[in-house]
Design a protein around this ligand. Structure first.
Ligand SMILES: Cc1cc2nc3c(=O)[nH]c(=O)nc-3n(C[C@H](O)[C@H](O)[C@H](O)COP(=O)(O)O)c2cc1C
Length: 397
């Protein structure tokens, strides 16, 4: 993590502006030197005074401000910034950026700067899905603007879907990193994540509630540790962490095939995916009609991906996850032994507080010598701790 990076936070007029002071704090916690610019609309949602107090510097608002121009004017501020992050980024502001407008201070700064530019969009899900917004985002991506998020979930307008601004800590981490040690520089890590889908017919299948968040967080952390990361993912609704090679698969067999393609170049394999244990013996070609009162589905075991990796000659350092609902640590330890892996991370997936879909969790790491509990943390924080344990064990081999 480079200290004292000069970060300009641009706040635009969305409801998520209430999260912007938190973003400023978190950027400062990571060593950022932060200045704030607000659009006129943003000042309707949160006061410049709050941002001034949090950042410790006056907030910039007006383009045509003679006083400011004699001090830190727009060109000076544009030159000062190493990173500009617009958070929240409204649909309107994203449209202005895409069109190269310069009708207020923030748009002018963006046009006048050579800084790295990032946007954390925040809007109602319909506004997000609108082709106009999507086209504008595509334009920005093409120009090298980094789009962070948005996240999925409940929105201020009462709807549920994609469009929530990413959490401030996540944005700060994307921009300034976490200062994690580069313990995996030069190593190739292959991970699996998410559920698998075993088709019953073209529209139905057997799957599970895995969201993929843990595997994606581990991929992100492994990248930050300096590794080259390949992420083989079942069907999930998550954005690929930047710098990570993602391969999408559907069934357990697809996942195994892709793992086998990559395993020869892998130093560490982490099987986070919740792979279906069984699949239908037959998958109907056409949708099955409900013309019978009952039906039986004959199931057959799917391949055991973790075991197959651990059993190859000269296997990579292999880490498995055990998602359990009861006697969690007992099941995890027996998996560690029976599958001959180096390490198992036990995950409680029972009930509402369980790991599936949640952003926070607690886990226990089991190695052949000992067990270690990792306190409740977000999944990135857990990933850093899990990787530290894995790397120290791997290096001792
Ligand atoms: C209560 C309220 C909440 C709003 N929230 C959002 C939002 O979350 N995202 C968005 O894109 N626009 C939102 N808008 C619309 C913007 O405020 C509007 O497009 C404004 O012109 C944005 O100006 P700016 O992009 O220059 O900051 C909201 C409007 C109101 C009245």
């Amino acid at each position: 993590m480079r200290k004292n990076r000069r970060v300009l936070v641009g706040i635009t007029g969305g409801i998520a502006a209430y999260k912007s002071p938190d973003l400023v704090r978190r950027l400062m916690d990571r060593g950022g030197d932060v200045r704030v610019v607000m659009t006129e609309a943003a000042c309707e949602f949160i006061t410049p005074l709050t941002l001034q107090a949090v950042s410790g510097h006056p907030v910039h608002r007006c383009l045509l401000d003679a006083e400011a121009e004699s001090g830190m004017g727009h060109i000076e501020l544009a030159r000062w910034a190493e990173i500009m992050v617009i958070a929240p980024g409204t649909a309107n502001f994203i449209a202005s950026m895409a069109n190269g407008k310069a009708d207020d201070l923030l748009t002018s700064l963006i046009l006048a700067s050579e800084a790295e530019i990032a946007v954390a969009p925040a809007m109602n899900r319909q506004m997000w899905q609108n082709p106009a917004t999507q086209d504008n985002l595509q334009t920005l991506r093409r120009r090298g603007v980094r789009i962070i998020g948005p996240a999925e979930g409940g929105q201020a307008c009462g709807e549920v879907g994609l469009g929530r601004m990413s959490e401030p800590d996540e944005i700060a981490r994307e921009l300034l990193g976490d200062g994690v040690p580069k313990l995996l520089t030069g190593a190739c890590i292959t991970l699996t994540a998410g559920p698998t889908w075993e088709a019953i017919d073209p529209v139905r299948g057997i799957t599970n509630r895995s969201s993929g968040k843990m595997g994606f967080a581990l991929a992100e952390a492994a990248r930050d540790f300096g590794a080259e990361v390949t992420l083989i993912s079942g069907p999930v609704a998550l954005e690929t962490p930047s710098g990570v090679e993602r391969i999408d698969v559907v069934s357990a067999q697809d996942m195994l095939d892709r793992v086998q393609e990559h395993i020869g170049n892998t130093d560490m394999f982490i099987g986070v995916a919740a792979v279906s244990d069984y699949r239908p013996v037959l998958s109907a070609e056409n949708k099955i009609k409900k013309d019978r009162d009952s039906m039986e589905l004959k199931l057959i075991r799917t391949p055991d991906i973790l075991r197959s990796v651990a059993e190859i000659e000269n296997p990579p350092f292999t880490v498995g996850f055990a998602a359990e609902t009861e006697r969690i640590d007992q099941h995890a330890r027996s998996k560690l032994v029976s599958k001959k892996v180096n390490m198992i991370v036990a995950n409680n997936v029972a009930g509402k507080e369980g790991a599936f879909g949640n952003d926070y969790n607690t886990v226990t790491v089991h190695t052949h010598d000992k067990s270690m509990s990792i306190d409740r943390n977000d999944k990135y924080g857990l990933s850093v701790k899990i990787l530290e344990i894995a790397v120290s064990l791997w290096k001792k081999q």
